[in-house]
Write a protein that binds this ligand. Structure first.
Ligand SMILES: [Zn+2]
Ligand SMILES: [Zn+2]
Length: 118
């Protein structure tokens, strides 16, 4: 049996200054995407795994989802016009996984991955 050393302590929370360029996202278009999908489908379902926050979490999950930009802003120089079709409704897990891919995974690619495991 392995003894777990409960005395091991990691010191965290040391403040550091970081600078990095954050591209400004347009909240309006993200809200518009959610509105449009809600009006069309009546629900916000992850386009990868079909997870539905409202169905699982009830009221607290109502109107909740993440919105993924299919065209990464950091690949463009200058301003980009985003259309509703450039956005995808995703759950938080799938969203993270899409971004783990270098380059970004495509919705279809992640769908294939979970399809082959399920
Ligand atoms: Zn998902
Ligand atoms: Zn994203």
């Amino acid at each position: 049996m392995v003894d777990v050393d409960h005395e091991i302590i990691g010191v965290e929370g040391n403040p550091r200054f970081r600078t990095h360029l954050v591209r400004e996202r347009n909240r309006e278009i993200v809200q518009q995407k959610k509105k449009t999908i809600l009006a069309q489908a009546g629900k916000l379902e992850c386009e990868v795994c079909t997870f539905n926050f409202k169905a699982i979490y009830g009221e607290i999950g109502n109107n909740f989802c993440e919105v993924h930009h299919l065209i990464p802003l950091n690949q463009a120089d200058g301003l980009v016009e985003t259309k509703l079709d450039d956005l995808a409704i995703v759950c938080s897990n799938c969203h993270r996984m899409l971004h783990k891919g270098k380059p970004l995974l495509k919705i279809e690619e992640l769908k294939k991955i979970i399809g082959s495991i399920r």
